[in-house]
Design a protein. Sequence first.
Lengths: 301, 284
Amino acid sequence: MTDRTPLPVLPAPGPEQDGPPDAGPSVLDRLASRRSFLGFGLTIAAGVAGASGLAQLVPVFADDEPGPEPIVPAYDPEAVAWTFVVDTERCIGCGQCVRACKAENHVPEEPRFTRTWIERHTRTTDGRLVVDSPDGGAAGFPDLPEVGGIESADQVADAYFVPRLCMQCEASPCTQVCPVGATYTTPEGVILVDARRCIGCGYCITACPYGARYIVPAGESSPVGVAGIADKCTWCYHRLARGLKPACVEVCPVGARRFGDRNDPADPIVALIAEQQPRMLRPEYGTRPRVLYAGKVAGEA
Amino acid sequence: VRWLRDLVWFVRLLSLGLVRLAARTLGIVVGLPLRVLGRAVIAAARAGRRTWLGWGPWRRWAIAVCAASAILAAGLWGGAVAFAAFSAEYGFHPDVNGQAWRDLAPRYATVADCVSCHDPEYVKLTSATHAGIGCESCHGPLAAHAADATSAQAAGHPVTFSVTKPTDVVCRDCHVSAVGRPAGFREIVVDDHYLPLCLQCHDPHTAISRRPPVVGHTLEHIPDCITCHGAEGFKKRDVWHPVTSSDDGTCLLCHLPDRGPDTGDGATGSIAYPLARMLARTDG
């Protein structure tokens, strides 16, 4: 564009305009339209580039930032390998864990919303497998399952309780399917939900093969968020950094729930795993759970 | 690797609409003042002040370069500010959210916290069948109580946070008969008991195996004599007893606490036989 370009004629000014009719600032108009368009694109590109450059300068985003200050000074999230071992031979189905979880994590009182629950697997004498979990086991269990048509204890060949919770999978389907990146894995291997990003679409609930998630119902709130987002067991993430065990492990009266650091040779969990050889639940899913099960589990020979 | 993780998250978030949002923000932050400025210049030009249109091409280029530089600088800073604001609001880095989860306050303490004050109960517990069970299994979440007690002791005033005593429901959750309990676990049938009130006879701390009271029993957890020794009691009082009142004081006129025979189980405050009976027994 040169300055010899003839100026286009402005549209005739309205009667209310008091400026001279031949005053045509259309060069500026053209400049403004093209340049601002170009400048706008440039601005975006420069802004993003500048922001990413700035990310190296602002400490929050810096790579060598040591991360959030742990509450226990010696706690290194990247050095631990938390493992949860459930022993179905020990569980008595009292429901303390379910109640403790609700109290510790502000889980809704309504029984169908729960982060952990207990199932009773009953094998009948005619070979059927009956699973019952009244209110998730929060109020204990009746003498006989109220489902499955079991009339008396004579029909029961074998029965045991299976405490369930989020498996904190190494290859977790929930983090893979989350469309907004709200579900993520911490350095310890715990899978959390970022309440600020979760849109409550429920895809993770569909994807979880262990049924460990629920949507926070209206009128309730997640510990760090609002109603309508996904919530799940966090292994009491706030307790781990303080050197405490999850609340369900703390209250279990029979030691059916064990928790520890596999990387620490002094931790009893290491000997327990070596001795009892606990297995993953449904290893064929390929999710590689960090919760292991000792004792009988349905679906196994 | 932390930096790799950050990079992955950065790229991921970019793809998740960050660009769109930043562009929108920039459009407002930068575009709006530009537009206002442009309108002002156009208005000025329309008003007849066309002095700068008469400048040579090099001046116009200089102006353009300056303007472009200004826009670029504004874009950089505006983008950075918008990005920082966006990150703060929506949690660019997962660690931001992880810290929020970590900051939650525990409601359950540990046995160690309880023992620091309630040592006698703990010592009793270690020798009982219930040994190894955490305090809060029955007593509920008590981190607030422990914190309150610690601060109260430091300040020298009594503990204000009250603790509700567990009820028999806690006993039944574990011990009521149910299919699926492990072999050897003590299951009870409530109907076989005289009273459905476990704690009136069983002390959960000393020993769950303690039977309902025999001759010399403690007064602990036993508020009322005729609860067990009433007309329909599982251990009825003798017919000749003149006492029909439920008033403990009446019973204790003859059955002296603290003076009964030693039953050898360490129980204190036993109930003594009435003196007349003891004399009769020695005679016989």
